[in-house]
Design a protein around this ligand. Structure first.
Ligand code: GUN
Ligand code: ZN
Length: 430
């Protein structure tokens, strides 16, 4: 593939803007240069234009902003068909809507059809990387990974492990879950841009033996991730503590089995004690903050400041189907509101950080994606500053890049995604 240049406004972050300010880079008339799927350079048009060879094709986007592809740090693809199911908090919602929906994934055809639709929806929302729950069925992971390979997307996923306290149709066994996970790791981990994630659903839905074998999978396969849920809902916490009476708190149930590692991504982490936060930092584990889900299920308000104090990497998760949108712009919107409810102001740079480089760091992929540092994979989104009449009108009254980014995050959704590129190739056009 020859060198390509994309001219528009460009925004990305070199690091967490609240840790090492100023971390942001903004070129109002910028150019992103890509070759063979990798970033060559991002810079101001005036400085780079004259050095571009005649053979470089320049694509110009009017009224557009190029940002790194969004990272969804926690999402359940099999829950797409029951998104927006009303009533009840977590445990009732799981029993009434989630488990019945996941049973359908025993059928590989359902899994394949849903996986294709899901990945196309991610691209339509500007999301190029995600850490994804499949179901307990091995075929549900194969379907997702096969669809991701076709699209060359950087996807991490795993077979859900659950062998107690769930419906019999969705229950595996510790040994079978271990064996199937190991087979999937051998078949897919490291193939194309795929990463395997060992996926015990949550502490209370696995026997001790299953949690032990989950840790064995992590130990036997360097580079695989672990994803699960942690401290989302007060009834769930009580259930976990009843299941593990020897544990003083929820996090201890994972620590006991060696699952709280620097490769672990915990969804939610809403009700952690100061000591749990301290241990999260010491364990170097990451968190997926899922605001639309946390508000939809009434789970609680995530304390981003506590995570920052503990030096815990945080990414944004949509957590569909408890989350209500696959759009990371809409997820930034609700992130801001969750901050407001706690008198924490989260500015636009931090919001975009959480949805890009922050997510990449949480997933241990920041050496490959998350910003436009030369040599990284060229996953990027072209956002439309005039996607809707209201957005266009409000944008005309912005006076700084930070304000324009904030307005995009508050008013934007998939309508604001004009094009999405995966490793330098256009994968979506509105
Ligand atoms: N805890 C255990 N399973 C789930 C799930 O599917 N969604 C959410 N939000 N929390 C969970
Ligand atoms: Zn979840």
């Amino acid at each position: 593939m020859a060198r390509q240049a994309y001219r528009a406004s460009i925004f990305h972050l070199r690091d967490d803007p609240r840790v090492v300010p100023p971390a942001e880079t903004f070129f109002s008339d910028g150019v992103l240069i890509v070759e063979d799927g990798y970033i060559v350079q991002a810079g101001p048009w005036y400085a780079i234009a004259s050095a571009l060879g005649d053979d470089v094709a320049v694509t110009r986007f009017e009224n557009a902003l190029i940002v790194p592809g969004f990272v969804d740090a926690h999402v359940h693809y099999p829950q797409l068909d029951m998104i927006a199911s009303p009533g009840g908090q977590l445990l009732d919602w799981l029993a009434n809507y989630t488990f019945p929906a996941e049973m359908r994934f025993a059928d590989k055809a359902v899994a394949a059809d849903t996986a294709s639709f899901f990945l196309d929806q991610l691209l339509a929302n500007g999301t190029t990387t995600a850490l994804v729950f499949a179901t307990v069925h091995k075929g549900s992971v194969e379907a997702l990974f096969d669809a991701a390979l076709t699209r060359n997307m950087r996807i991490a996923a795993g077979k859900v492990l659950m062998d107690r306290n769930v419906p019999a149709e969705l229950s595996d066994t510790a040994e079978a879950g271990y064996a199937e996970s190991a087979e999937l790791i051998r078949a897919y981990h490291g193939k194309g841009r795929l990463t395997y994630a060992v996926t015990p659903r949550f502490a209370a839905s696995s026997t001790e033996r299953q949690l032990e074998l989950s840790a064995r999978l992590l130990a036997e396969h360097p580079g695989v991730l672990l994803q699960t849920h942690l401290s989302e809902n007060t009834d769930e916490i009580a259930f976990v503590l009843k299941t593990f009476p020897e544990c003083a708190d929820y996090l201890a149930a994972y620590e006991k089995f060696g699952l709280a590692t620097d490769r672990s991504v915990f969804a939610h982490a809403i009700h952690l004690s100061p000591d749990e936060w301290r241990r999260m930092g010491a364990n170097r584990s990451s968190v997926a903050f899922c605001p639309t889900s946390n508000l939809f299920l009434g789970s609680g308000l995530f304390d981003l400041a506590a995570a920052e104090r503990a030096h815990v990497p945080v990414g944004l998760g949509t957590d569909v189907g408890a989350g209500t949108s696959l759009s990371q712009l809409q997820t930034m919107n609700e992130t801001y509101k969750v901050g407001q409810m706690q008198h924490q102001t989260i500015d636009a740079f931090k919001l975009f950080y959480l949805a890009t480089l922050g997510g990449a760091k949480a997933l241990k992929m920041d050496d490959k994606i998350g910003n436009f540092v030369p040599g990284k994979e060229a996953d990027f989104v072209v956002l439309d500053r005039a996607a809707t009449p209201l957005l266009e009108r409000r944008m005309a009254h912005t006076t700084s890049p930070a304000e324009a980014l904030f307005v995009l995050a508050m008013l934007g959704d998939d309508r604001a995604v004009r094009e999405t590129y995966v490793m330098g190739k256009r994968a979506y056009r509105r």
